[in-house]
Write a protein of this length. Structure first.
Length: 356
């Protein structure tokens, strides 16, 4: 009975396969759960022992900077009333990002942007950073260990330094070192801001769920934030804070236990929830970038994220190439210009300078 034999062979084969499959699946699941648990524990051990009170780090009233900022000339002259001070959050080893920014958009900013880092526990990186700071005189090194989980401290130190060097500036902008800024667009935007109730400006997120997957860059555990939704907040890639509110924001933050997501913390929990400040969405803050986009549109953008240093350099050159003719109206707008909406839908408003 060859066919019967064949049938049992097939059954056997299927059973063995199924068994192996189930076995592998279960081991994989166990490993996955195990590694998730380990990462959670790791996160907990890194974050739990450290104070959640910002005053312990910021130390208001004390000088904390290892390398302190220079006071921009226009602030010394009392001419800062219409300007924006750019603070670029950078990591000690991101020398390349800083070099590219210095040779691109920084040239259009007055005063020039100030880089801010913490200290590196690697002595070699730390020495290189100190040398660079001495040469360019545009780096502030603050008194905390520079890690991604410590990013909230970096923003706190931005506010502290801003108050020390130029508290009367109209706005302070926090941005990352992997974004392209058009300072002129930022200046045009803030020129439109009314004198009363100046808003925070950036890309607004509303109704975002906290990332509970431990592998996410934005992971936040329940013990740091337990609500099912994050408050509305402005994307940390770059946002503007009115200078006259900075002191209030920093003071208030001393009473809000800190979390690892600096944008949610400062714009959402402190400025909006505690101080009832307005978060103003602007279409000119782009949180993603695509090769296919129209370079003419980039000229109208305040911020473009996220770019590797070489990419930033290339895009800056292409965007500001004199031979690029932006006089034509483009019938086929890129998806980018619509920020996800059908292009014709937003085209009418795309070039206006309204704060939406
Ligand atoms: C800012 O600019 C506007 C318009 O150019 C001017 O009226 C205003 O006085 C300026 N404000 C300060 C503080 O310099
Ligand atoms: C944050 O910085 C503080 C102060 O330097 C340091 O003690 C702590 O280990 C850092 N925390 C993390 C999570 O890196
Ligand atoms: C942090 O410490 C300061 C001064 O000791 C205190 O006034 C403040 O309430 C504390 N904040 C939190 C969140 O515990
Ligand atoms: C919050 O601000 C808005 C205007 O921006 C105002 O209408 C409202 O009364 C304020 N709420 C509180 C609680 O102060
Ligand atoms: C674009 O238009 C402006 C005036 O609207 C003109 O001065 C400029 O020469 C034009 N550029 C090109 C490349 O056609």
């Amino acid at each position: 009975m060859p066919s019967n034999k064949r049938a049992s062979a097939i059954v056997l084969f299927v059973c063995v396969s199924l068994f192996i499959y189930i076995y592998l699946f279960i081991t994989w699941q166990i490993q996955f759960l195990e590694s998730t648990r380990r990462k959670r524990d790791e996160f907990y051990s890194i974050m739990s022992w450290q104070s959640r009170n910002l005053t312990d780090f910021i130390q208001p009233g004390h000088s904390t900077c290892h390398v302190c900022p220079q006071i921009p000339q226009i602030c010394k002259d009392g001419q800062e009333g219409n300007s924006t001070i750019f603070f670029v959050t950078s990591a000690p080893q991101n020398q390349k990002n800083r070099a590219v920014i210095r040779s691109t958009w920084a040239l259009n900013a007055n005063p020039r942007p100030i880089f801010i880092t913490g200290i590196s526990t690697n002595p070699k990186n730390m020495n290189l950073l100190l040398e660079e700071a001495q040469i360019y005189k545009d780096i502030v090194i603050e008194d905390f260990v520079d890690t991604y989980k410590n990013l909230t401290l970096k923003t706190g130190f931005i506010l502290k330094n801003f108050l020390n060097i130029c508290p009367k500036a109209k706005y302070v902008m926090k941005c990352d070192d992997d974004v392209m800024i058009n300072p002129n667009i930022v200046y045009e935007l803030i020129a439109k801001v009314p004198d009363q109730n100046k808003p925070l400006i950036g890309k607004l997120y509303v109704g975002t769920e906290p990332f509970r997957t431990v592998d996410s860059k934005y992971y936040i555990p329940y013990w740091l934030y337990e609500l099912p939704l994050l408050p509305p907040y402005l994307s940390g890639t770059g946002y503007l804070i009115p200078g006259e509110r900075v002191e209030e924001i920093l003071e208030e933050s001393f009473h809000v236990p800190l979390i690892n997501l600096e944008d949610v913390y400062f714009t959402g929990m402190v400025s909006m929830e505690k101080l009832n400040m307005t978060l103003q969405n602007s279409k000119r803050f782009l949180s993603f970038y695509t090769q296919k986009a129209n370079k003419c549109d980039y000229r109208r953008m305040a911020l473009l994220h996220h770019l590797e240093p070489d990419e930033l350099d290339k895009i800056w050159r292409e965007t500001w190439n004199e031979n690029l003719n932006c006089n034509k109206t483009h019938i086929f707008r890129t998806i980018l210009s619509g920020i996800g909406m059908p292009p014709f839908f937003v085209r009418k408003n795309f070039l206006d300078l309204d704060l939406d």
